[in-house]
Design a protein around this ligand. Structure first.
Ligand SMILES: Cc1ncc(COP(=O)(O)O)c(C=O)c1O
Length: 369
């Protein structure tokens, strides 16, 4: 039987073993481990790629979000509105920075609903943290209009969206700061934890820089309290190499999404994401291929029995549905969504034949029902 794992972690290393060992050898021989030239080069590349004024390499995207909120100056009781369909990290970063996360419902596009944002604004609201989910940027025009009207800070969770854009403007660059993840399974994936924050605001940049390196500025002078969340220089060197082919990686993912769309769009039991190129305002990088399916759990078992790995994002619940976190909310669209959502394999290791095999299995499943 053909096997298509959801994500083949060993291949991340094994497919490029020679090149990666060469980088480790090179960086190791230079003793270039912390805040070295590879890190600087990566920050420059990240800023250029996203068309931002500044970028800071950090330990991971969660830290990037937390440090961004600290740089904004979140205080106890300050509320930040975010989608309940996001990784807990978007919310936990608000908590660890001292604020209160306010999860809201998703709209028709499954991203944060701008109307729900407006409805959740209280005198304590200070910010919005939209998640650019699955490699797709929200309608940031509407969100920035709300933010500007109510004088709210925007920190984008762009962990899944490097290279994605809305109306030609890149994810991560609409608000005060945007945080990207380079977790191994991300479109740009390191061999461990890694992240980066971009900003166009020089004050936020200075604060972010200090916060991520014990309060020191770029000259090494201590200016404030801080902590340690530096991007590992070895990971930066690996990311620099991977950045060279990043646009090809995005093109391949969009091709896979097009095949899924072409093969599955007639299956009436499914609701698919928008196919690449079908909406003028959006350029999506397809971090994930997440869709909604009738009889989702049965479909998932059928795919698993036929060697196909799938995933339900975030362990199958929205942020507000985790009882241990103490939310007392009902968000109907998110709750319905988590009964139907599923992610199919979407990565550089799958062939066109694999994608067709997955689609064959899905169509067979619904034909037999
Ligand atoms: C939407 C979203 N936010 C935040 C994160 C956290 O990223 P990291 O693992 O780099 O901290 C992730 C990673 O999976 C994510 O997908």
């Amino acid at each position: 039987m053909r096997k298509v794992p959801f994500f083949d972690y060993p291949r991340l290393f094994n497919d490029e073993k020679e090149q990666l060992l060469e980088i480790i050898n090179q960086v190791g021989s230079r003793g270039a481990f912390i805040l070295q030239s590879d890190n600087k080069a990566f920050e420059t590349k990240l800023a250029q790629y996203t068309e931002s004024n500044y970028a800071v390499g950090v330990g991971n995207a969660t830290d990037g979000l937390e440090l961004s909120w600290m740089a904004v100056g979140l205080e106890k009781g300050d509320e930040v509105i975010l989608s309940s369909h996001t990784m807990l990290a978007t919310a936990s970063a608000v908590v660890t920075a001292g604020g209160t996360p306010v999860p809201v419902d998703i709209g028709y596009d499954r991203l944060i609903d701008p109307e729900a944002i407006e409805a959740a604004i209280t005198p304590r609201t200070v910010g919005i943290s939209p998640t650019q989910l699955n490699g797709r940027t929200c309608d940031m025009e509407r969100i920035m209009k709300i933010a500007n009207k109510h004088k709210l800070a925007v920190v984008e969770d762009a962990a899944q969206a490097l290279g994605s854009s809305f109306k030609g403007k890149n994810a991560g660059t609409f608000g005060l700061a945007g945080s990207f993840s380079f977790f191994p399974a991300k479109v740009l994936g390191a061999l461990g934890d890694a992240g980066g924050v971009v900003t166009n605001d020089s004050e936020i940049y200075e604060k972010l820089y200090q916060l991520h390196d014990h309060g020191r500025d770029t000259e090494g002078n201590t200016k404030s309290w801080g902590r340690n969340s530096r991007l590992d220089n070895l990971q930066a060197a690996i990311l620099n190499k991977k950045f060279e082919t990043y646009d090809q990686v995005i093109a391949r993912r969009r091709k896979i999404a097009s095949i899924y769309d072409e093969r599955l769009k007639h299956v009436e039991q499914l609701r698919l994401p928008n196919a690449p190129g079908t909406q003028e305002d959006h350029f999506d990088v397809f971090q994930n291929y997440e869709f909604e399916a009738e009889s989702r759990d049965e479909l998932r078992s059928h795919l698993s029995n036929n060697g196909i790995g799938t995933l339900i994002q975030w362990g199958g619940k929205g942020v507000h549905q985790w009882e241990a976190l103490g939310f007392n909310l009902t968000l109907p669209e998110v709750e319905k969504f988590f009964e139907r959502c599923l992610m199919l394999p979407m990565n550089m290791f799958i062939s066109d034949d694999d994608v067709h095999y997955i689609c064959d299995q899905i169509t067979t499943f619904y034909e037999k029902k």
